[in-house]
Design a protein around this ligand. Structure first.
Ligand SMILES: [Zn+2]
Length: 110
């Protein structure tokens, strides 16, 4: 039996992991391409800024990534102008995007 408290802690730990992983990845890319990197940007804050809505398909996304399976509605941070195209990692250039759209968009770009 897993108590609800432990489950909750696990979820919050997972979220932190996703955030720090995401941030370090974005920072590395921003440095590689020499674009501005705003340290205040996190997945959670971008999610809240856009009310959890995907800016492309308008579905409601979610932050929790507690399952290992592919979650098309998982909230991700998307750069309107990709970092690889010189887009900065700043509040003006980030939008909440579902995983499905993010992957589809990236397929088109790269
Ligand atoms: Zn979407």
């Amino acid at each position: 039996m897993i108590s609800p408290t432990i489950t909750k802690q696990k979820e919050s730990f997972n979220r932190k992991l996703i955030d720090s992983k995401y941030i370090s990845g974005a920072k590395r890319r921003a440095m590689n391409y020499g674009v501005t990197f705003d340290e205040t940007i996190t997945r959670k804050l971008v999610f809240e800024k856009d009310n959890g809505q995907c800016y492309l398909c308008k579905i409601e996304t979610h932050l929790e990534n507690s399952k290992d399976s592919y979650q098309p509605k998982l909230s991700t941070v998307d750069h309107i102008i990709p970092i690889s195209k010189g887009g900065p990692h700043t509040w003006e250039n980030v939008r909440n995007c579902c995983l499905k759209c993010n992957i589809t968009k990236h397929d088109r770009i790269y």
